[in-house]
Design a protein around this ligand. Structure first.
Ligand code: NOJ
Length: 767
């Protein structure tokens, strides 16, 4: 009887995890089908293939379409969508050619990398995840959609939901970090924010879930590199955030550059069809990443014609920029290498996306010049950006409560990031107007007014090595100071710093040092900046390190030598104001890191939810090294800062951990309660985290897994009882048969302030 119940439950779970969208077509689906059937009957094979072509915008200027090659292609129906074209006028102009001068007048999709805001730029995604605030994250995506749609965009290449555990990989900046559970929640929040409840509204845009799949597991953290992974790891750790985004209704997906199981993702039928569509029931369309089809030639999969056919047959619908589909599919069809059914299927999915966005009703739905004037960069959006940024900063160290600072005396602000508008927004800020960005200097001045004196010196270049300087810039313009030597820059800074009461050092990575193609083998603050930091510390004045970074860094030296470290990531257009809010204590920091900070690069990949090994080290018992246990001879296994870590100006204590039952059935729920108290002097928010450990399983289970969190604001001295619910799905995992089930046995539960500490209790899962 009990086992039948488990079986039914597991089947139900499996069902809900796999067949979510295989529902009966609704009346509006029927209507769409009739419309698209009718349209496709009129389409030639060339026009169908044209729909599969996503064209780069290059530098289309208004009016240019009249005579250019892109104009010719549009008229011939050889373009289905346009990439990264900015401005409502240009978009209207291009759309006009498509819907007025092409034979079938099919509207175009206009897609853009709207990654963390549009003109109003929010913190980079990794930073946003550190807020652990899903309604805030949804709001940032909502505002991004409002602004982008006001400027002609109806499709964003976001969210990026790739789990990343390797800080060498620069694109760790673009996702929600290392955790599956948190990553899934962020994925859902972003899709909801972009798409709202109704895609046909003119202020919602279609999400594109990327990069499908497993892009974040690139070997050695080198971008575009091979991934190789067991199915168990995929299903338990890497796939859930993609699945969560699709379940939230994301309308499209982007293939990843990496290979998987020996096949580039773009030609991986198991991924694009068997898993995505057949198991998960996804019914949107799949676009390649930039020239990913062409790149399969280098992967060693054949010539352009061959790889294009492979991609189409795998279930990849649209070709981003490479024109493999445009130039070879007709030939493949003639030669019997593909069937027309494949072209029809891809074309239909793209037309459906256009239909769902309401473009057939009104191709200019997103081209309202008045909205572009009134809904972009509004005061309200800037306010939201400022608030959002304050929620993403992570206080890593605060010796002797150096922070918050008082608005008095002389404050020296030093560093290459202190007064640099181009480096506030962070990577992938395609639509940003840097002139709107608030630098740290500006923000501090805005906040202190005449209550304190702020003195500034640049202090150092980002890096002193000219080649590295070029590699980490998105432009070919060197950023190394041509007027002053490094020594002169440093001397200037020390001169003002030594006459100040406190020093704020704005150091770290340049904005383009993370993001695409910015893998690093050394994840420390660049050497020359550390030299500056040493010189500032040598003045004997208190130093606050404002750390700009798009990835976890090796801060072993800084954590020992600098009294206060506030990690501000890249905070978007309002960075400077937000920093001032936190530095001077208007806002108490509450961010918690979502990717582990290692002690050094040699520990990478390092993540909290690892397996135990047969020879785990128990630091509590025998120190950090024991011969023949799983450890390193030179550093402990511990990270520098664990997942979920982050301080506050106040302190919190956890007490009274209680479970409402000791035994829970596999269909039952368990309530875990804990008392959280603000024991310090400041009001503040705490992210209380709940982890479980499945003690024995048919396959090995991680030492901890996040299964719940709550961000709670408490006044100084206030206490609150928090209740967490552990559901059957929280206890289940994919077993070796890839069935999603829980297994009876003992579990531990931990509730606390980060993944490495917390109160502990246990319960038993029974049949
Ligand atoms: C390449 C990137 O991998 C992808 O994330 C982005 O959306 C496309 N280029 C389009 O810019």
């Amino acid at each position: 009887m009990k086992s039948t119940k488990i079986l039914i439950l597991s089947l139900l779970m499996l069902f809900s995890y796999t067949i979510s969208a295989q529902q009966k077509p609704t009346a509006s689906d029927q209507k769409m089908k009739v419309f698209i059937d009718g349209l496709m009957k009129k389409m030639t094979i060339d026009e169908k293939i044209g729909q599969l072509n996503l064209c780069g915008a290059g530098d289309i200027t208004t009016g240019q379409t009249a005579s250019s090659d892109i104009g010719k292609k549009l008229r011939e129906g050889k373009v289905g969508a346009i990439l990264n074209l900015k401005s409502v006028e240009k978009i209207r102009d291009v759309q006009k050619v498509a819907v007025e001068e092409s034979r079938l007048k099919i509207p175009l999709l206009f897609g853009m990398d709207v990654i963390h805001g549009y003109e109003t730029t929010f913190p980079i995604p990794l930073a946003l995840s550190c807020s652990w605030d899903m309604s805030l994250i949804e709001k940032t995506a909502r505002i991004a959609a409002t602004e982008a749609s006001a400027d002609g965009i109806c499709w964003t290449f976001s969210p990026m939901v790739d789990i990343a555990r390797d800080p060498r990989w620069g694109r760790i900046a673009e996702g929600a970090g290392e955790d599956t559970y948190l990553g899934s929640q962020v994925a859902r929040a972003m899709v909801k924010g972009y798409q709202g409840n109704d895609l046909t509204k003119n202020n919602t845009i279609m999400a594109c879930v990327k990069h499908f799949a497993m892009y974040g597991a690139a070997e050695a953290g080198r971008d575009y590199n091979t991934t190789d992974m067991s199915r168990l790891r995929m299903f338990n750790e890497y796939l859930p955030p993609y699945k969560a985004a699709f379940d939230a209704g994301a309308g499209s997906a982007m293939t990843s550059f990496n290979e998987l199981d020996g096949l580039p993702a773009t030609a991986n039928k198991w991924l694009m069809t068997d898993l995505l569509r057949k198991q998960w029931g996804f019914n949107g369309f799949v676009v390649t990443d930039f020239t990913a089809i062409n790149e399969m030639i280098e992967h060693g999969m054949g010539d352009l014609q061959t790889v294009s056919a492979l991609a189409l047959k795998a279930g990849t619908d649209m070709d981003m920029v490479g024109e493999g589909y445009l130039t070879t599919l007709k030939k493949s069809l003639k030669e019997g290498k593909i069937t027309e059914a494949y072209i029809n299927q891809a074309c239909r999915r793209i037309l459906e996306a256009k239909y769902k966005l309401g473009l057939f009703d009104d191709p200019y739905r997103y081209c309202d010049a008045n909205r572009a004037k009134t809904e972009i960069g509004t005061e309200e959006h800037m306010k939201a950006a400022r608030e959002a940024a304050t929620q993403t900063f992570v206080l890593l160290k605060n010796e002797n409560q150096l922070l918050p600072l008082q608005k008095k005396g002389k404050i020296a602000l030093v560093g290459p990031l202190a007064d640099n508008i181009y480096n506030m927004a962070g990577m992938w800020s395609v639509a940003v107007d840097h002139n709107q960005s608030i630098t740290v200097l500006q923000g501090l001045k805005n906040t202190v007014g005449n209550q304190a004196e702020i003195v500034y010196a640049k202090g150092s270049n980002f890096v002193d090595d000219p080649q590295l300087d070029l590699n980490i810039n998105n432009t070919i313009i060197p950023t190394i100071d041509s007027l002053r030597t490094s020594q002169q820059l440093r001397d200037e800074a020390v001169a003002i710093a030594s006459k100040s009461d406190v020093i704020i050092a704005a150091l770290g990575e340049a904005a383009e040092m993370s993001g695409e193609c910015t893998s690093r083998t050394n994840i420390q603050i660049p050497e020359n900046q550390r030299e500056l930091l040493k010189a500032l510390l040598a003045t004997g004045k208190p130093v606050v390190l404002l750390l700009f970074t798009g990835r976890p860094l090796d801060l072993s030296w800084e954590s020992k030598n600098v009294p206060a470290i506030l990690n501000v990531w890249f905070g978007g257009t309002q960075t400077g104001n937000a920093i001032a809010d936190v530095v001077f204590g208007k806002v108490n920091p509450s961010g918690k890191i979502t990717a582990t900070f290692p002690q050094n690069i040699g520990q990478v990949p390092i993540y909290y939810n690892h397996k135990n090994t047969g020879r785990p080290i128990d630091a509590g018992k025998g120190g950090w090294f024991t011969k023949f246990l799983s450890n390193y001879v030179d550093v402990s296994n511990e990270p520098l800062y664990p997942f979920g870590y982050g301080l506050s100006y106040t302190t919190f204590s956890y007490s009274d951990l209680k479970l409402d039952k000791q035994k829970v059935s596999s269909a039952g729920k368990l309530t875990v309660s804990v008392t959280l108290t603000n024991t310090g002097k400041y009001d503040g928010s705490e992210v209380a985290q709940l982890y479980i450990r499945d003690m024995v399983g048919s396959i090995t289970r991680p030492v901890k897994e996040l299964k719940g969190f709550q961000k709670i604001f408490l006044k100084a001295g206030e206490s609150r009882t928090l209740n967490f619910t552990i559901t059957p799905a929280d206890l289940a995992f994919y077993n070796s048969d890839l069935q999603f089930k829980s297994e009876p046995g003992d579990f531990k539960v931990f509730v606390g302030t980060n993944s490495a500490s917390g109160l502990e209790a246990g319960f038993e899962l029974i049949k």
